[in-house]
Every structure is written in structure tokens, then in C-alpha cells.
Design a protein around this ligand. Structure first.
Ligand SMILES: Cc1cc2nc3c(=O)[nH]c(=O)nc-3n(C[C@H](O)[C@H](O)[C@H](O)COP(=O)(O)OP(=O)(O)OC[C@H]3O[C@@H](n4cnc5c(N)ncnc54)[C@H](O)[C@@H]3O)c2cc1C
Length: 405
């Protein structure tokens, strides 16, 4: 990994990038196999790296400084995460791991002082784990307004009934942020004002963890199917005002999509690095891979995929920081970046022969992750629909599309 200062960036962002690169390249990547193997050696290494990250002031880059974070805007995060994400372990070792990080952001924004003390602080201190429980097996996850889980007010409690699926981190979680319908269809207000997010401790009577859904053949992913049967929690567990659940979910998912793109770019960059190095080393049919035009095409096309992804994500981050309307740009990168990542990794896998699909390189894992991202965070189709709708609306209003803002 060779990271030089970017002349157009501030000294501060360049410094963050260089110090992040140093830890990722010298402490994390050479120790990946040992850390993945688990056991005492892995635990010790994780602790040492965690301490180093904290000492360098690089811990929890997504959080405000009053909660021990770095106070980064989206742009700083974009430039930091594309380096941090070279290793799939980077996020955890820098204290920014989904879904905890998303719940932390939502608690910072919507939580009461009491909720922050009870749930947010232990989450930040890694004394608690959490999950986000919105998708259901029997309603379209791509249209959260169709969800069926209800929370009914009874005395000073919410009574929750519903069936959720793919609640990531659900098995380890101490609490879940559960998306519930709190108003009936016939009640006043639009469909977007009928939901509330409610904090539910996982040891609540009536909450049953049915199973961990295997993903890509792996059973240990901790994406849980969960039933809520007359689960009772205090009214004060509602996160934000009653009916604010849809907006809170959009806040969370909007930012989450941008973070996922930043991470995808880091991984694509590493795949590119692995690919180009291999092209200069591997002999096939009387010459190095790099001398074959097919392979040169792979390298050139991958460069274009990565650079386009970076620039689109940086543009989106700038709009987010300026609190502009980033909806089209978020949806655009949400569709473009994982698809570009899949293309880059697919080429890298192809070029590596058997090694590409083996666990001797991180490529197969990256491929599965990027493919999955085309479904998670809302399937690509709904984002394409949003982009087209927003653009067409402008033309119907007699305006045109301005790519610069
Ligand atoms: C690894 C992973 C982790 C996840 N973690 C979580 C989590 O922690 N918490 C959580 O709540 N959820 C989680 N999810 C669920 C995810 O958010 C949903 O899978 C996603 O929102 C899509 O919902 P669905 O699967 O119900 O698909 P559906 O809504 O049933 O859609 C099925 C397919 O129909 C197509 N489609 C949908 N709408 C349209 C349309 N308007 N036009 C054309 N085609 C359309 C799309 O191709 C879509 O993939 C996770 C998913 C994955 C894969």
C-alpha cells in the first residue's frame, strides 16, 4: 500500500490518511490470518491494535468528539475509509462496525439523555452489542412502509408483536432497534408517519431468536430470524418522537449506504493492488500475465471502475457535508459502487485462476460482500427508480439536471 498526500486536501485529512495507512499496512494486513484464527494470540493482537488506534486519535471516526469520536464529516470519512477498508478487519479495529455504528449515530441524533446513558455509552465502550430489526419475511423489505410488526400502547408500555428476518448481529445483541407500526392505516398522516423505532432488550420475555440465516453457505453470520410475541417495553424506549421511525430509518440507511460505498472502494483498491502485482509475477503461455492484452484490459477497466467510484462517493460526501439534497447521489453510488466492485473483483479472481476462488486471497470474500450489497441497504431497483423519479420531476417542473451541486 503506497499512500501519498493528496495536494488538494487539507494537511489534517492527509495526516489522517497516512496514519491510518500505516496501521492498516503494518499492523493489520500482516496479522490478518492470526487475527481470524482466534484464540489468545488473536485477542492480544486486537487489543494492541485497538490501543494503538486510540492512542493515535483515530478511534470511532464516525462519532462526534463528545462521544470519543473524531468529529469527521463525510468527506474526511470518505478519504479515511478508503484506506481503512483495505482490510475487512479495519472497521472493527477502528471502532466503527455495523450495525453498532448505525445505532450509535441514531442514538446520538434521536436518543434522550437517559437512553444515551443506558444504551449509547455502553455501545461505544464495547460493553454492549446491538442490531437493527426492520426487514420481515412476510412483507417487502424494499418498501418498509409495508411492514406488519406493531407496537400498541398499553398503560406505560409498548406491546410489540411481529416477525423479523436478517437482523444482523442479532444473536450477540444486547438490544435491538425495532421498526414498528404504531399507528393504524386509517389514522391521520401519510404512510411515512406511522412508524416508530423502539429499543428492545434481547432478554425481553416474548422475544424468540428462531435461527441464524445462513448466507453464502455460512451459518455463523448472525443474521437472525426473530419473533416478537407480546414483548413489553417501557414507553420511554421509543427512539425519537412517535411516528418518526421512517425518517430515522432514512437517516440511518442514507449514511450507512455512503459508508458501505467507502468501504467497498477500500476493498476494490486492495483487489486492484493484488491483481496488478500478480500480473507482473505470474508466467502463462510464454510470458508474464501483464504482457497479455486481455489482462491489460482487466487492469485498465478496473482503474476506471475504482476512480469513477471514488469520485462519485467524494462528490456525494461533499453534498452530505453541505447538508444538500443528496438523495440522488446516495442512490447512484449505492447502485454503482458495489456493481463496480463486483466487476473489479471478478477480473481479479479470473486472473488468479484457482487462487481467486480459494481462501488464499481475500477476493472470494470480497465478491460475496459486494454482490450482497446489491440487495442490502435496499435493492438496486428501488434506488434506480428514485434516481429517475427525482430527475424526471425536475424536468416536469420546467428545470434541468445540474450535475455540479
Ligand atoms: C447480508 C444482509 C444483511 C442484512 N441485514 C439487515 C439488518 O441488519 N436489518 C434489517 O432490517 N434488514 C437487513 N437486511 C435485509 C435487507 O435490507 C433487505 O433484504 C432489502 O431491503 C430487500 O428486502 P427484501 O429482501 O424483503 O426484498 P423484497 O422487497 O421482497 O424485493 C425482492 C426483489 O424484488 C425486486 N424489487 C423490489 N422492488 C422493486 C420495484 N419497485 N421494481 C422492480 N423490482 C423490485 C428487487 O430485485 C428485490 O431484490 C439484510 C440483508 C442482507 C442480504
Amino acid at each position: 500500500m503506497q499512500i501519498s498526500p493528496i495536494p488538494t486536501l487539507s494537511e489534517e485529512i492527509n495526516d489522517i490518511r497516512l496514519r491510518t495507512a500505516d496501521i492498516v499496512a503494518n499492523r493489520i494486513i500482516p496479522n490478518e490470518a492470526t487475527i481470524y484464527a482466534g484464540g489468545d494470540k488473536s485477542k492480544k493482537l486486537r487489543k494492541e491494535i485497538n490501543d494503538e488506534v486510540k492512542k493515535q486519535g483515530l478511534w470511532a471516526p464516525h462519532l462526534p468528539s463528545e462521544y470519543g469520536g473524531m468529529d469527521n464529516g463525510f468527506l474526511e470519512l470518505a478519504y479515511m475509509n478508503e484506506i481503512l477498508a483495505w482490510s475487512p478487519l479495519g472497521n472493527r479495529l477502528f471502532g466503527v462496525i455495523a450495525p453498532n455504528s448505525g445505532n450509535q449515530k441514531i442514538l446520538v441524533k434521536y436518543g434522550t439523555d437517559k437512553q444515551k446513558k443506558k444504551w449509547l455509552i455502553p455501545l461505544i465502550n464495547q460493553e454492549m452489542e446491538s442490531g437493527f430489526s426492520m426487514t420481515e419475511p412476510d412483507s417487502a423489505g424494499s418498501d418498509p412502509r409495508s411492514l406488519k410488526t406493531t407496537a400498541v400502547k398499553e398503560g406505560d408500555e409498548w406491546v410489540i408483536n411481529g416477525h423479523k428476518i436478517m437482523t444482523s448481529n442479532g444473536n450477540r445483541a444486547d438490544f435491538l432497534v425495532v421498526m414498528c407500526k404504531t399507528e393504524d392505516d386509517g389514522d391521520e398522516g401519510g404512510a411515512n408517519s406511522k412508524m416508530t423505532q423502539i429499543i428492545v432488550p434481547t432478554d425481553s420475555p416474548g422475544l424468540t431468536k428462531v435461527r441464524s440465516v445462513p448466507i453464502w453457505g455460512h451459518t455463523g453470520g448472525d443474521h437472525m430470524e426473530i419473533k416478537y410475541e407480546n414483548v413489553r417495553v417501557p414507553l420511554e424506549n421509543a427512539l425519537g418522537a412517535r411516528g418518526s421511525g421512517h425518517q430515522a430509518a432514512q437517516d440511518r440507511l442514507g449514511a450507512g449506504r455512503v459508508y458501505h460505498c467507502m468501504n467497498t472502494i477500500g476493498q476494490m483498491w486492495r483487489a486492484f493492488d493484488i491483481m496488478v502485482k500478480y500480473a507482473t509475477e505470474r508466467e502463462v503461455h510464454g510470458g508474464k500475465l501483464e504482457t497479455k492484452q486481455f489482462i491489460q484490459g482487466f487492469i485498465a477497466d478496473s482503474y476506471m471502475d475504482i476512480q469513477a467510484s471514488r469520485l462519485m462517493t467524494i462528490h456525494c460526501s461533499e453534498i452530505m457535508d453541505k447538508e444538500g439534497d443528496a438523495r440522488v447521489d446516495i442512490s447512484a453510488i449505492k447502485v454503482f459502487v458495489p456493481a463496480a466492485g463486483t466487476r473489479v473483483v471478478d477480473r481479479a479472481i479470473q486472473m488468479h485462476g484457482w487462487r481467486g476462488v480459494s481462501s488464499d486471497t481475500p477476493l472470494a470474500g470480497m465478491y460475496q460482500g459486494f454482490r450482497t450489497l446489491r440487495l442490502a441497504d435496499g435493492p438496486d431497483e428501488v434506488h434506480r427508480i428514485l434516481i429517475a423519479k427525482e430527475i424526471l420531476n425536475r424536468y416536469h417542473d420546467g428545470l434541468s439536471w445540474d450535475f455540479g451541486v
